[in-house]
Design a protein around this ligand. Structure first.
Ligand SMILES: C[S@@+](CC[C@H](N)C(=O)[O-])C[C@H]1O[C@@H](n2cnc3c(N)ncnc32)[C@H](O)[C@@H]1O
Ligand SMILES: [Zn+2]
Length: 304
């Protein structure tokens, strides 16, 4: 099944070139559909067979995760060993945004594991990632889960084709945190959920590779101007069975690129691995000046 943006998602999108509103075309003779903008130039973006759109300007290469990295992540996440993280994310976001069908943006959505579950929990979900392999896999995953409404685009999280003040939630799971951009697209009172590695995250995996290990010490790019209203720690142990699955987990981490061949070999001899999963969900809320009955000169977030 091919996912399509619903009216809520369409009204949140804006043309990445001229910032005009976006509409969905009727089906053409081949069954294809596209998005086009309401600006003078009617910029047009074809929707792929799986249901994603490339928003990158012509000539600008995207980048992001490779096809192999996306495959490793998909195979690992399909084991459902990270499901408690996804459940905690959906539950926490739902506590703040109980409204049915509100728009949630997954910034740096990867292959859409979290986006798809958020969509199944009732959000109209939009996922952006620099990697076209990732958004293609995300659209396929979401359609396969029976979700009819959703949307994925190739775009940088630093410049998303989303109108100001239009998303009820932005989620950002192990992907670059673009505070100013997330704050711009959030509606007043909307929330930003940033998931990052807690102190003991994947300690068992690190011990299997390195002779010396230390705890993770947070994240440098956490929001500085938005207000953190809650931190939820999700910590549990997993047993990863099979060398291929262990290698897929390792390929999802930043260590993969920094590890010598000889250290990597140590993992290849493992038939199973037990490790802690330790994820912090930090929740930030965009100030609602109308609700507070006061307008501050600098609300920590600019719209442009
Ligand atoms: C570690 S993965 C996390 C993916 C997904 N959120 C998950 O947890 O399964 C980081 C993702 O961020 C994407 N990415 C990196 N820089 C980006 C940027 N500037 N804009 C959009 N996506 C980006 C990569 O392509 C990759 O898919
Ligand atoms: Zn346009």
């Amino acid at each position: 099944m091919r996912i399509l943006p619903n009216q809520r998602i369409l009204s949140a999108l804006r043309c990445p070139i001229c910032q005009s509103r976006i509409e969905l075309s009727e089906e053409n003779a081949q069954g294809g559909r596209s998005l086009f903008c309401g600006g003078q130039r009617r910029h047009c973006f074809d929707i792929s067979a799986s249901g994603y759109v490339n928003f990158m300007a012509p000539g600008r290469t995207a980048g992001g995760d490779s096809k192999q990295a996306v495959r490793a992540r998909t195979d690992f996440l399909n084991l459902e060993l990270y499901r408690p993280v996804a459940d905690a994310l959906c539950r926490t976001v739902r506590r703040y945004i109980p409204v049915e069908d509100a728009v949630a943006v997954d910034a740096g959505c990867g292959e859409g594991y979290y986006t798809s579950l958020l969509a199944q929990s009732g959000f109209s979900c939009v996922g952006f990632d620099l990697s076209r392999f990732a958004v293609d896999a995300a659209a396929k995953r979401t359609g396969k889960a029976g979700v009819q409404v959703g949307f994925f685009g190739v775009s940088s999280v630093f410049e998303m084709p989303i109108k100001n003040d239009s998303a009820a939630a932005v989620v950002n799971v192990f992907a670059p945190c673009a505070e100013e951009e997330y704050c711009r697209v959030l509606m007043p009172g909307g929330i930003l959920a940033v998931a990052y590695a807690g102190p003991e995250h994947l300690m068992g995996l690190k011990r299997a590779v390195y002779s010396q290990t230390r705890e993770n010490d947070g994240r440098a790019d956490l929001p500085k101007r938005m207000k953190c209203v809650e931190e939820v720690r999700v910590r549990f142990d997993i047993e990863v069975k099979g060398t291929e699955n262990v290698m897929n987990l390792f390929a999802m981490t930043p260590y993969y690129w920094k590890t010598s061949v000889s250290d990597m070999e140590k993992l290849k001899s493992l038939e199973s691995l037990t490790t802690a999963v330790d994820v912090i969900l930090a929740i930030y809320q965009k100030e609602d000046t109308a609700a507070d009955g006061q307008k501050k000169e600098d609300d920590g977030c600019r719209s442009h």
